[in-house]
Every structure is written in C-alpha cells, then in structure tokens.
Ligand binder design. Structure first.
Ligand code: FES
Length: 100
C-alpha cells in the first residue's frame, strides 16, 4: 500500500522558496522537484500539445516533464535545479517564449 503523504529524509537544514507565490519549504541539497513533491505539489506545467497537466516523471533530466519558470527564466528543469532560499518558482503554461 502506497503511503498517503510523501516521505523524505529529513536533514534539518531548511530553505524557503515560493511556488506560484506561496511559500514552500525545501531541504538544502534536494531538488526543486523533490521539495515540491514533498509539499504535495504535482502539477508543474501544461502540455504544449494537449494542454494537459504535466508533473515529475523521471527525476533525472531526461523527460522534460518538470519544466518550470525559476526566477523569471522559463524552461528550467525542476528535477535538476537545487533548491535555494528565495527561489521564485512558477508553473509553465504551454511553450515558453525564447529570446535570441
Ligand atoms: S522529471 Fe524528467 S526531466 Fe525532470
């Protein structure tokens, strides 16, 4: 039987960042994706193709399902970004603008 709440190893060293403007606690050394999962946040963006909600899948930078906007920069992989104090993370809706 699967646990009803996400579990993680507690290090006791916490940082606070925001997701969609709401404060979320993460632990030093874990990824943004891991911290969001532990907080029960699973919906990180909308599919470019269908608009369906997407979330964390591979946790190793291969699937690109966890694309989010971090500190105003789109197309960041939540699973490959270490959580830091004060990060501003937002959902990504559809394709992000790319400036050249
Ligand atoms: S969860 Fe697959 S790239 Fe991040």
């Amino acid at each position: 039987m699967a646990p009803s709440t996400p579990r993680r190893i507690e290090t006791g060293r916490l940082v606070t960042f925001t997701f969609e403007g709401q404060p979320v606690e993460g632990q030093v050394g874990e990824s943004v994706a891991a911290a969001l999962t532990a907080a029960g946040i699973r919906n990180l963006r909308d599919s470019v193709v269908s608009g369906a909600p997407r979330g964390i899948y591979c946790m190793m930078g291969a699937c690109f399902d966890c694309l989010v906007q971090i500190d105003g920069i789109p197309n960041r992989l939540a699973c490959m970004t270490e959580v830091r104090e004060g990060l501003e993370v937002r959902r990504q809706a559809g394709a992000a603008e790319v400036t050249l």
